[in-house]
Design a protein around this ligand. Structure first.
Ligand code: PLP
Length: 375
């Protein structure tokens, strides 16, 4: 790009951003003319792009031409109305504009002081969304719980597994990690097993409970009870149960109420993964699928699936935010500030794996979606 972009020159930004918006608007105008699945062969781009970065800048028009001729052919068009894989068409104009705003102000809001609005809007919007889903008050920020926007459902399940693990290990001692058992079904998303790997749960202590067509692939409470009893008899420690509302391969819905009661009576952390179908539960006719969520310790849905919010936006609520904070908080001199030290604020860095975080809550579809709901 021509010009000195070390500092943002607002007039240059205006000029180029208008061209970029035109480019993107044309992309959407033409999107149905592209083959939905990219037709390129592996490695196609190496043939088209130089081996090292150019020594001199290209013109902006050259860059746009390259994107049109070399990049767009290698794009699989997730926003095409003819795209039906995985989760289709997860964006909206409102979501896109919110994404622009997030890129525009480009804050890194890991603690309150690094951008108070980023933290406070996230807390408020997560309460709005929690209320729209009719989550129990215990998940809202007004009590001991609260919501946080993670990048993905995989990160959501990982952070709550770590919180659950550390909570129990504080009671029984660190050496007991080899005894901790996680319960899932054969329909549970693979991200749960990845979380176990990262969280130090032994592969032999992951119970993958079988499901079948007689229950439409829902996890059986009887099988769960039996398996937990067997594990306790072996001297193992039941740690974590993951139920799903809308499994990836079969759209199965696990019976939350029955499973939650079993989890509670055996001291398990109960996580509900509604990454895929959770958005639908805002509609009154689908909300009954969440009956029993009051028994859960944590609940997750991906707004970037069909809540028309640009990727990435995975909404996670917990009932006990301190469990997350105990597990994930970091202290360093360079992070110290008065508001944090006096415990006056939320520092979302302590609710997630990375330190840095984007201003995800300003993607307007999250709240404009709610405005429609609340109107
Ligand atoms: C039910 C369910 N859980 C978890 C995931 C993982 O999602 P993410 O890509 O946000 O980690 C998916 C993704 O498709 C899913 O459908």
């Amino acid at each position: 790009m021509e010009g000195d972009m070390k500092t943002m020159d607002s007039e240059q930004l205006r000029e180029y951003a208008h061209k970029m918006v035109d480019f993107i608007a044309d992309y959407y105008k033409d999107i149905e003319t592209f083959p939905v699945l990219s037709q390129v062969q592996p490695g196609y781009l190496r043939e088209l792009i130089p081996d090292s970065a150019p020594a001199r800048p290209d013109s902006f028009q050259d860059v746009l031409d390259d994107i049109r001729d070399k990049i767009i052919p290698g794009v699989t068009h997730w926003q095409s109305p003819e795209y039906f894989a995985y989760f289709p068409s997860n964006s909206s104009i409102a979501g896109f504009l919110g994404e622009m705003l997030s890129a525009g102000v480009n804050v890194v809001g890991f603690s309150w002081i690094t951008s108070p609005a980023a933290t406070e809007l996230e807390t408020i919007v997560m309460d709005w969304l929690g209320k729209a889903l009719k989550l129990p008050d215990a998940f809202l920020s007004t009590g001991h719980g609260g919501g946080v926007i993670q990048g993905t459902a995989s990160e959501s399940v990982l952070v709550v597994l770590l919180a659950a693990r550390d909570k129990i290990l504080r009671k029984v001692g660190e050496d007991a990690i080899r005894k901790l058992v996680v319960y899932i079904s054969d329909q549970t998303h693979a991200s749960m097993q990845k979380a176990c790997k990262i969280g130090g749960i032994l592969p032999r202590n992951i119970r993958i409970l079988e499901t079948d067509s007689s229950t439409e692939y829902a996890l059986s409470p009887e099988l769960l009870t039996k398996t937990i009893s067997q594990d306790i008899a072996l001297g193992l420690i039941p740690l974590f149960l993951c139920a799903t509302i809308g499994t990836t391969s079969s759209a199965a819905v696990d019976p939350l109420l029955a499973l939650g009661k079993i989890a509670k009576s055996n001291g398990l952390w109960f996580h509900v993964d509604a990454a895929y179908a959770g958005s639908a539960c805002i509609c009154p006719e689908f909300r009954p699928y969440l009956d029993g969520v009051e028994e859960a310790d944590s609940f997750n849905m991906n707004a970037h699936k069909f809540f028309l919010t640009n990727f990435d936006c995975s909404a996670l609520w917990v009932k006990e935010r301190n469990a997350l904070i105990h597990s994930l908080s970091t202290k360093a001199e360079y992070l110290e500030n008065k508001a944090s030290q006096e415990n006056m604020v939320v520092d979302y860095k302590d609710w997630q794996i990375p330190l840095g975080r984007r201003f995800r809550s300003c993607r307007t579809s999250t709240y404009s979606g709610l405005q429609w709901e609340l109107r």
